[in-house]
Design a protein around this ligand. Structure first.
Ligand SMILES: *Cc1c(COP(=O)(O)O)cnc(C)c1O
Ligand code: SF4
Length: 381
């Protein structure tokens, strides 16, 4: 739970507005070291850097490509004693981002190639992903869109937004629009209200969806007014992005409650991240914690092969083992779909364990979550 809020001016009391919190984000290595005097002596820091100088240099060298920024709220969740603190691991820039030994492509999913108009990725026939903002409250080091997120020149212009709307309204095969970014909740309530109203007026759309990490990184963004605005556009689906149980705080729970009370369907996507959440117990704590605050787990993503991210990637073997461990031992509604977004722009596919196997005669048999085998009479025909 967030006990103390750090700002550029030092610790202050909690519960100030989200705009003030955004203005007080920690945006440089020096500011972070000032906010967390214990950081250089913490086990996670010692594991990642030889010295505080190395940390400052790395963060500086990365700043022009993918900025460093963390909200006081999110930083207050850091654990100084944990060598694998999931909060710090998600926000601390590492030199491996500069020279990735494994992944070479900045855009392995070919999102730029599949842009129908600037900012609008149209990969599946029926859905478009709309890049509305380059800003986020916190920059996640594993971000799959770090080629453009955090960079001012990637921000869509008013004309581009108009073009995107025209494209959506003139293509009736589009059934769903996903507002994404960056974080679309970095836009003002009135801009979002306008966009949602314009989309609502397009008769062939069945679903409006928002992808945002703000309930996790800046829960104060989910104000009563924001909730009431979404209520007017019912039904809206909001997919958020919790990666670890420590992110499930009373503040985050309140944000979700505000959304749910205003009729918003709240789902979660998680990225499988090495040392952060690549164990069965970490996933169970996360998934049950999500149910407890009223969030339905939707996707567990295999980490994309984005340049500068390979140190976060866990194997699909690990992911499938976790999935097998979850099955049958947790409420079915807690279990997400495990997906791989194919490099080259092939789209997402589900990664699944096989519960339909063959016996010695080649007939189908079914394996349950305990590994016991069963036959059905239907297959004997
Ligand atoms: C992930 C993604 C979507 C949404 O996929 P769902 O499986 O419907 O959640 C849409 N467009 C693009 C380009 C995507 O990467
Ligand atoms: S909030 Fe999403 S878009 Fe923004 S840095 Fe994190 S992963 Fe990337």
């Amino acid at each position: 739970m967030a006990e103390q809020i750090y700002t550029k001016r030092g610790p202050v009391k909690q519960n100030y507005g989200w705009k003030e919190e955004l203005q007080n984000r920690i945006e440089s290595a020096e500011a972070l070291l000032a906010a967390l005097p214990w950081l250089p002596d913490s086990p996670v820091f010692r594991r990642l850097y030889k010295s505080a100088d190395e940390f400052v240099q790395t963060t500086g060298a990365l700043a022009s490509g993918f900025r460093f920024s963390v909200t006081p709220y999110y930083l207050a969740l850091a654990n100084r004693f944990n060598p694998f603190c999931p909060i710090l691991l998600q926000v601390l820039p590492q030199s491996l981002e500069l020279v990735d030994p494994v992944f070479a492509r900045p855009d392995p999913l070919a999102e730029e190639q599949h842009q129908a108009v600037p900012g609008l990725t149209h990969r599946y026939p029926d859905r478009v992903l709309w890049y509305l903002s380059h800003n986020c409250a916190v920059y996640c080091r594993f971000c799959m869109r770090k080629r453009k997120v955090s960079q001012a020149d990637s921000a869509p212009t008013k004309e581009q937004r108009q073009l995107a709307l025209q494209y959506i309204s003139s293509n009736p095969q589009i059934k769903e629009v996903i507002l994404s970014g960056g974080d679309p909740l970095s836009l003002s309530d009135s801009s979002l209200n306008e966009i949602l109203a314009e989309l609502r007026a397009i008769p062939h759309l069945s679903s409006l969806r928002i992808h945002t990490r703000m309930p996790v990184t800046l829960p104060a963004r989910i104000t009563t007014e924001f909730g009431e605005m979404l209520r007017k556009h019912f039904p809206v689906t909001l997919v958020t992005h919790f990666n670890h149980a420590v992110e499930i705080t009373p503040e985050a729970a309140n944000a979700v409650k505000t959304l749910r009370m205003n009729g918003v369907l709240v789902l979660n996507q998680t990225v499988l991240l090495k040392h952060v959440n690549d164990s069965l117990s970490a996933q169970e704590d996360l998934l049950l914690g999500l149910l407890r605050i009223g969030v339905k787990p939707y996707y567990l993503h295999q980490c994309d092969e984005v340049r500068g991210v390979s140190h976060f990637r866990a194997s699909t073997e690990t992911g499938l083992q976790i999935l097998a461990g979850l099955q049958g031992r947790n409420p079915g509604i807690a279990i997400p779909k495990y997906v791989l977004d194919l490099p080259g722009g092939g789209g997402k596919i589900p990664l699944e364990n096989d519960y339909r196997v063959q016996d010695a005669d080649g007939d189908p048999v079914y394996r349950n979550f305990r590994g016991h085998l069963f036959k059905t009479s239907g297959d004997l025909e």
